[in-house]
Design a protein. Structure first.
Lengths: 112, 111
């Protein structure tokens, strides 16, 4: 089945230790998004790629970086995780502008 | 003021009841309206997608959009325990990739 896959589903890291979250898609969608969702809050867009064009949200901390080596994969790198970065990280894809976004199951990050 | 305001809940209803979920928005540039369902510790899944004022039905779900009042609703008829989840409204401007989400309403349907 075509889908959005996120690995790992749960990630535990130490304060300040870099961590990478992975997203892959079999939908062949042009756009890939990374969201941060904290408990009982709306998902917050961090950045998105339209093909290889990277778009960073103005309020996304510099601590968060992303890579998209090809159409299928997108990575979220957190260079120095702080306690406040503990959250669910959601990857989503869409075919393009105003098209439906399809979400992966999320990666829950815990920072110790 | 947030762009999208969603009734916070939580809601607890008996099985078979009608669930009514509501969002208001302030930006008239929003043209596309969605409802997502999110089970605990899972990603959101799209339930309904509309772009015009009026009602759209899909099984037990009805999405209602009133652009003049900047108000959208989701109704769940004959609610089931499996409908217990958090429901997120989301909106998108024309020619924009970004979704603006409400904070979500958690619904519990009691058997």
């Amino acid at each position: 089945d075509a889908m959005v896959i996120q690995n790992p589903r749960y990630q535990v890291t130490q304060f300040g230790k870099p961590v990478t979250l992975s997203c892959s898609q079999t939908l062949n969608h042009n756009v890939m998004y990374w969201y941060q969702q904290k408990s009982s809050q709306a998902p917050k867009l961090l950045f998105h790629y339209y093909d290889k064009d990277f778009n960073n949200e103005a309020d996304t901390p510099d601590n968060f970086q992303s890579r998209r080596p090809n159409t299928s994969f997108c990575f979220l790198d957190i260079r120095s995780p702080g306690l406040g970065d503990a959250a669910m990280y959601l990857c989503a894809t869409s075919r393009g502008n105003t098209e439906t976004q399809y979400f992966g199951p999320g990666t829950r990050l815990l920072v110790l | 003021q947030k762009e999208v305001e969603q009734d916070p809940g939580p809601l607890s209803v008996p099985e078979g009841a009608i669930v009514s979920l509501n969002c208001t928005y302030s930006n008239s540039a929003f043209q596309y309206f969605m409802w997502y369902r999110q089970y605990s510790r899972k990603g959101p899944e799209l339930l309904m997608y509309t772009y015009s004022s009026g009602n759209k039905e899909d099984g037990r779900f009805t999405a209602q959009v009133d652009k003049s009042s900047k108000y959208i609703s989701l109704f769940i008829r004959d609610s089931q325990p499996s409908d217990s989840a958090t429901y997120l409204c989301a909106m998108e401007r024309s020619n924009d990739y970004k979704l603006s989400f409400g904070a979500g309403t958690t619904v519990t349907v009691r058997a």
